[in-house]
Design a protein around this ligand. Structure first.
Ligand SMILES: Nc1ncnc2c1ncn2[C@@H]1O[C@H](COP(=O)(O)OP(=O)(O)OP(=O)(O)O)[C@@H](O)[C@H]1O
Length: 377
């Protein structure tokens, strides 16, 4: 098990040209990779990179594979290129994707009580749920849902869910029936996720299913509405887990009542259960009507909102050090992720994960001219 910021990452200089992309600035770094803002032909994009070490995990291999499968959905970054190249005599993987404006976690912390208005919280939570539904419909679990893994994409007015490095397919092909089935639970899956947001099942290192992404979404939603979680200052993971078990429904009572009903649905889901997304979206629509939320109204951080001039307009980006909340992220032993699978035929994988998604994916791939070397040396 390794923790955030534990491995060295390529350090690109401002103005340096990486595979035709000019480095503008560093946006941040995570457990395994660093993310830079880059430019090509006047278009600003995000470039994520990691060193290639055959003995270590290469999460970008997994990320690019999953991101390719998600090209049909509006809730994920467009993938422009994915390559392995030599930089300063070392091999690095890079992926270039849509540039988001700011992570949601930072936008939330810029509000005075660190929570969004009801209208913004409801709409952002809804969009994040859409992203999770799309991922699940493609047969993938995220396993680290949280606001710092979401970026705001201003021109489309959408949340984009990123950081798919630790996502995993939960479906497998049942050869005898020629249809997909849920993978059976592994005995011990290791810890995966972020202690502050993960489900109590993830704390117990049980294998994760769709319900676990929804638990992380629920805890993130509480933060959108209320600005904090009761265990925010708790450093010991075991005590976080105990608090989560103890608080139960009480945690959601200060949120809109529809969130309480969604909690009631999520809490009865089993490892293999298929969540009732329609029910959850219907409850959101009920909430939008009750609060008279108009989708075209500006969100708190958009020009025209009551908060924009006061809290967002002149705020420069926080520095990389300040932007990281005290969220310890730990990862399981990645041997379970089967990185070698990435090298197998993408077409074969697409077939497994549904003709519709694959059709969109292929059409989009042609449109955006993805250079698909998938890190093959
Ligand atoms: N497409 C993107 N556009 C803009 N910023 C991005 C994009 N992808 C990632 N970032 C930012 O880059 C930083 C590093 O992201 P990354 O996904 O590598 O790590 P992380 O989520 O911070 O950490 P970890 O991987 O350990 O969970 C984060 O601040 C994230 O908001």
């Amino acid at each position: 098990m390794s923790t955030s910021s534990s491995c060295p990452k390529p350090k690109f200089r401002r103005g340096e040209i990486i595979s035709g992309f000019e480095v503008v600035k560093k946006l941040g770094s995570g457990g395994f990779g660093a993310v830079y803002q880059v430019r090509k032909h006047g278009v600003e994009l995000a470039l994520k990179t990691e060193f290639v070490d055959e003995n270590e995990e290469q999460t970008l291999k997994n990320e690019v594979h999953m991101l390719r499968l998600m090209q049909w959905s509006d809730s994920f970054c467009r993938l422009y290129t994915a390559k392995r190249l030599v930089w300063n005599c070392q091999q690095v993987n890079i992926i270039v994707m849509t540039l988001c404006d700011r992570p949601l976690s930072r936008l939330r912390r810029m509000m005075p009580k660190r929570h969004f208005s009801k209208s913004t919280a409801a709409r952002l939570s809804f969009q994040l749920l859409e992203a999770i539904r799309d991922l699940h419909h493609t047969g993938i679990l995220h396993r680290d849902v949280k606001a710092s893994n979401c970026g705001w994409h201003a021109s489309s007015r959408r949340i984009l869910l990123f950081d798919l490095g630790f996502s995993r397919k939960y479906l497998e092909l049942d050869e005898t029936k020629s249809q997909m089935r849920h993978r059976s639970a592994r005995q011990s899956a290791g810890f995966m996720g972020t202690s502050k947001y993960c489900s109590v099942f993830a704390h117990e290192e049980l294998d994760q299913g769709r319900r676990d992404d929804l638990w992380a979404w629920l805890y993130s939603t509480v933060e959108f509405f209320l600005g904090t979680l009761p265990w925010a200052a708790e450093e010991k993971t075991i005590l976080v887990s105990i608090q989560k078990k103890k608080v139960g429904k009480k945690l959601f009572l200060k949120c809109p009542r529809e969130i309480v009903l969604i909690y009631e649905h999520v809490r009865q889901l089993k490892f293999e259960s298929c969540p009732d997304y329609s029910l959850m979206f219907a409850l959101f629509h009920q909430m939008f009507t009750r609060f008279e939320i108009d989708q075209s109204d500006p969100l708190d951080f958009e020009e025209g909102s009551a908060h924009f001039d006061k809290y967002y307009k002149d705020q420069r980006s926080e520095s990389e050090d300040e932007e990281k909340e005290t969220e310890e992220t730990s990862f399981e032993d990645l041997s379970g992720v089967e990185m070698d699978e990435v090298h197998k035929s993408v077409k074969e994988e697409d077939k497994k994960f549904g003709r519709i998604a694959a059709g969109f994916n292929r059409a989009l791939t042609r449109l955006i001219n993805v250079k698909n070397d998938l890190f093959e040396a």
